[in-house]
Write a protein that binds this ligand. Structure first.
Ligand SMILES: *[C@@H]1O[C@H](CO)[C@@H](O)[C@H](O)[C@H]1NC(C)=O
Ligand SMILES: *[C@@H]1O[C@H](CO)[C@@H](O)[C@H](O)[C@H]1NC(C)=O
Ligand SMILES: *[C@@H]1O[C@H](CO)[C@@H](O)[C@H](O)[C@H]1NC(C)=O
Length: 450
């Protein structure tokens, strides 16, 4: 990971500290490093100058672009020198427990009294996610706004590293956003597809560009601007070619990355397309169970047509995974992954309640075994991880609001996962996804230059 300090010298890595009040003559000193960094970069939070064995609460607060407040907190006891080191000390309670360096980010949740079933997602990647880190006296679980504040500081978390360019793509009917790493290139290209929620989701592409990939977030379910009937195989092929033919992209170093429905498209395109022939692909929480002879429009229509039949749990959250089970034995109802000729990385969260990821991974493995391309498959399995395996330190959502594509009906979709193992899955899979892309897209001479 490129450090900001090496990219841009003017950034100072020590957080400015404002000490608000003191309970003793001591003045607690809070440092957060880096105070301005990438979202996938770990932060060091240290509090000094406390009393020995003093109880404190370390709290994070974020206001989302939708104006909702999100918080997380951990209960600590300072050591005999009056110091708390979040990366080393144990949280004894709060929104996370144990030694969790990044718990103040991955356990963020809406403050009590917030709107229900929220999901936190960055829309504008040109601005950072701002998180206030504060220290309070005592072990608090509520009433932070009235409590006695010992120290506070503001941190910025960025998806886009300095120098990354954001380019609107409106070409040949294709809509997306291309993110280009700083410098002359050429760079390997990654076509990035999100799932059935639709829209143009940029943050993962911005982050991948910050790691040296020319990455294009593709919009393919955008009711306002695109007719779904115009989105067929040709659409994805055109998008792939736009990226591949960009002067800063290496034509022969291409990847496709998809999550959820985006991974179904990735399976289908890499298996059947004559145009899309990537060097590798990554499928997160996906399934190959999509009828291959139907256009996307029909597939989505079939999905949403079944919504009334989707089982719900006791909270009335939709359990979509059951709709695709059992995995059909009829080959016409699924992508023939035996045709895939490039390395394929699957991310398999075992508590995925939205798609039958585990069953699909097993069937994919079987098909590839039979077809003789099993050696191309790598499966990452994460116990108790849910469907939405995102870049690291993003909060976990077991369920969240979801707008159905055709009817615009609002439902609550169950994604699954338990917070701590899900956070682990996000951190670990991201490292391995980056390593996989680097291995297959960077030739050794480029690697040496990085
Ligand atoms: C974070 O702290 C800054 C500076 O003190 C303040 O202006 C801002 O309102 C705080 N943010 C939240 C969400 O409270
Ligand atoms: C795909 O969509 C385009 C644009 O709407 C259309 O011109 C083309 O005929 C379609 N192709 C197929 C195979 O349906
Ligand atoms: C995916 O995870 C499940 C649950 O741990 C495991 O049984 C299965 O073998 C994994 N799939 C593959 C293909 O490794």
């Amino acid at each position: 990971m490129k450090r900001w300090s090496t990219l841009v010298g003017r950034f100072i890595m020590l957080a400015p500290v404002r000490t608000v009040s003191t309970e003793s003559r001591r003045c607690p000193l809070l440092t957060v490093q880096p105070c301005r960094g990438m979202v996938d970069e770990k932060i060091q939070i240290i509090i000094r100058n406390l009393l020995p064995n003093q109880e404190v609460t370390v709290h994070s607060l974020h206001q989302s672009e939708d104006k909702d407040f999100w918080e997380a907190f951990g209960h600590y006891i300072s050591d005999e020198h009056g110091k708390v080191t979040v990366a080393k000390d144990e949280s004894l309670g709060g929104t996370y427990e144990g030694t969790e360096q990044m718990g103040l980010l991955w356990s963020l949740r809406p403050v009590p009294g917030s709107r229900p079933a929220l999901r936190l997602r960055k829309k504008n990647v040109l601005t950072p996610m701002v998180v206030n880190i504060s220290v309070y006296s005592g072990h608090l679980s509520q009433g932070f706004s009235q409590a006695s504040l010992l120290a506070t500081t503001v941190t910025e978390r960025w998806y886009m590293a300095p120098g990354v360019q954001r380019v609107n793509i409106r070409e040949n009917g294709v809509q997306g956003t291309l993110f280009l790493p700083p410098g002359p290139g050429p760079y390997p290209g990654v076509l990035d597809l999100w799932g059935g929620g639709g829209g143009l989701i940029e943050y993962r592409s911005a982050l991948l560009a910050s790691h040296g990939f020319a990455c294009m977030a593709l919009e393919y379910l955008a009711p306002a601007m695109l007719k779904l009937t115009d989105v067929n195989n040709t659409y994805f092929e055109k998008a792939y070619q736009i990226l591949q033919n960009h002067p800063l992209v290496q034509k022969d170093k291409m990847a496709m990355l998809g999550l959820s429905f985006g991974s179904a498209i990735t399976f289908s395109m890499t298996a059947y397309s004559r145009v899309i022939k990537p060097q590798c692909c990554v499928c997160i929480s996906g399934s190959h169970v999509v009828p291959v002879d139907k256009c996307l429009f029909k597939v989505i229509e079939d999905f949403t047509g079944l919504v009334d039949k989707v089982p719900v749990n006791e909270d009335n959250h939709l359990i979509h995974r059951d709709m695709l089970l059992p995995i059909p034995s009829d080959p016409a109802l699924k992508v023939d992954v035996g045709r895939i000729k490039c390395p394929l990385l699957l991310v398999n969260g075992t508590d995925d309640q939205n798609w039958p990821t585990v069953e699909s991974a097993e069937d994919i493995e079987m098909i590839m075994e039979k077809a003789g391309n099993r050696h191309l498959l790598t499966v990452l399995t994460y116990p108790d991880a849910g469907h939405l395996i995102e870049p690291p330190y993003t909060p976990h959502f077991r369920a969240s609001n979801f707008i159905l594509y055709d009817t615009k009906k609002k439902v609550v979709m169950l994604w699954g996962g338990q917070t701590k193992p899900h956070a682990y899955a996000q951190e670990d899979s991201w490292k391995k996804i980056l390593a996989f892309l680097q291995e297959h897209l960077y030739s050794s001479n480029v690697k040496a230059k990085l």
